[in-house]
Design a protein around this ligand. Structure first.
Ligand SMILES: Nc1ncnc2c1ncn2[C@@H]1O[C@H](COP(=O)(O)OP(=O)(O)O)[C@@H](O)[C@H]1O
Ligand SMILES: [Mg+2]
Length: 314
């Protein structure tokens, strides 16, 4: 497998207060979660995270988490004086989880400054696949959104893939702005890995078939529409006909990172040469394991191994 996988976005420090007064920390964020799962599935594939962090102790801690997962952080720019985004997961007396965020001023929002963009352009020929998400676009200003999509176009022009997860978060941007930028990003991508639930909120799609049709109408070559416990719907010109891939039945205990792990499973299989159906089957298997465990990043030993695709292909 030549070339590297680049994931662009915001990695935050996750804080989990414990009943004994201590706090457990981890690194998390949609684009980061996908990077971690993909690196675990394809250890030989260089996985680079693209973002910005500060130079404070919390930023250094995030880099340590990244390196422990063998994520290359050389494309994570350091902003002197900057600080990262943080979030805390609190569990109330009824066991309900609540998330509190401190991310409005995070250094990630200032990624893609001129020097960072030059660094990315210089390495672009080695980018085999680039991952962007709706959250990545949401935290950037218009100038940076434009620069990121221009970068995506260059990756695609050089023969690389551009994967996009819609991940719509209404707290980060308004629906009209999000709809406009997501459509631009969708036109630029080669692989749309969208959640139907988010698509329905953003565009009011009635059912999954209609949502898939809307995505296909934007010219996406390959699309997987994630349907929660319903598995996914595959489409796009490269897939030819719509195919439904069911999810394994599992007792879901925490759906955090279901979609992120799906993306990693799908891309790991496609990058290894599997067809879209096999990729979706494995993506659903991995995501089922993830929803069956607590936390965004489950232990490596709880993940299903990547099937030996090439020998299994007809
Ligand atoms: N309850 C569940 N049982 C089995 N698989 C699930 C369940 N929830 C999610 N998944 C898997 O995770 C994938 C992504 O979940 P989904 O909720 O659609 O996306 P997102 O987490 O991005 O909103 C699904 O396509 C499915 O494979
Ligand atoms: Mg999602």
């Amino acid at each position: 497998m030549n070339g590297a996988f680049w994931s662009v976005g915001e990695c935050m420090l996750e804080l989990r207060p414990q009943s004994n007064g201590t706090i457990i920390h981890a690194a998390a964020g949609d684009s980061y979660n996908t990077a971690v799962y993909l690196k675990r599935l394809a250890p030989a594939l260089p996985v680079r995270y693209v973002s910005a962090l500060g130079d404070d102790a919390m930023s250094i801690l995030i880099r340590k988490h990244m390196r422990a997962e063998r994520i290359d952080d050389s494309l994570v720019e350091t902003r002197p004086g900057g600080t990262p985004g943080l979030y805390a997961i609190e569990t109330d007396a009824n066991g309900e989880r609540r998330f509190a965020y401190w991310r409005a001023q995070s250094a990630a929002r200032s990624m893609l400054a001129a020097a960072h963009l030059s660094q990315l352009e210089a390495g672009l020929a080695q980018c085999r696949a680039l991952l962007l998400t709706g959250i990545t676009l949401a935290i950037l200003d218009d100038g940076r959104r434009t620069a990121l999509l221009a970068l995506a176009e260059k990756v695609r022009a050089a023969g690389g893939w551009v994967a996009l997860d819609n991940n719509y978060r209404s707290a980060l941007w308004d629906a009209a702005t999000a709809a406009q930028w997501m459509d631009r990003a969708t036109r630029a991508c080669t692989h749309a890995l969208f959640s139907f639930e988010d698509e329905a909120v953003l565009h009011g799609a009635g059912n999954s078939a209609q949502a898939l049709q809307r995505i296909e109408s934007l010219g996406v070559p390959e699309a997987a529409l994630k349907l929660g416990a319903g598995g996914c719907l595959l489409g796009g010109a490269a897939v030819r006909t719509t195919v439904h891939v069911p999810a394994p039945e599992v007792q879901a205990v925490d759906t955090t990172a279901a979609g992120d792990s799906f993306n990693a499973g799908y891309l790991a299989q496609r990058l290894a040469g599997a067809n879209a159906i096999r990729a979706a089957q494995f993506a659903c298997t991995l995501a089922a394991a993830v929803v069956g465990h607590h936390g965004a990043i489950i232990p490596a030993h709880a993940m299903p191994p990547l099937p030996d695709t090439l020998s299994a292909e007809p």
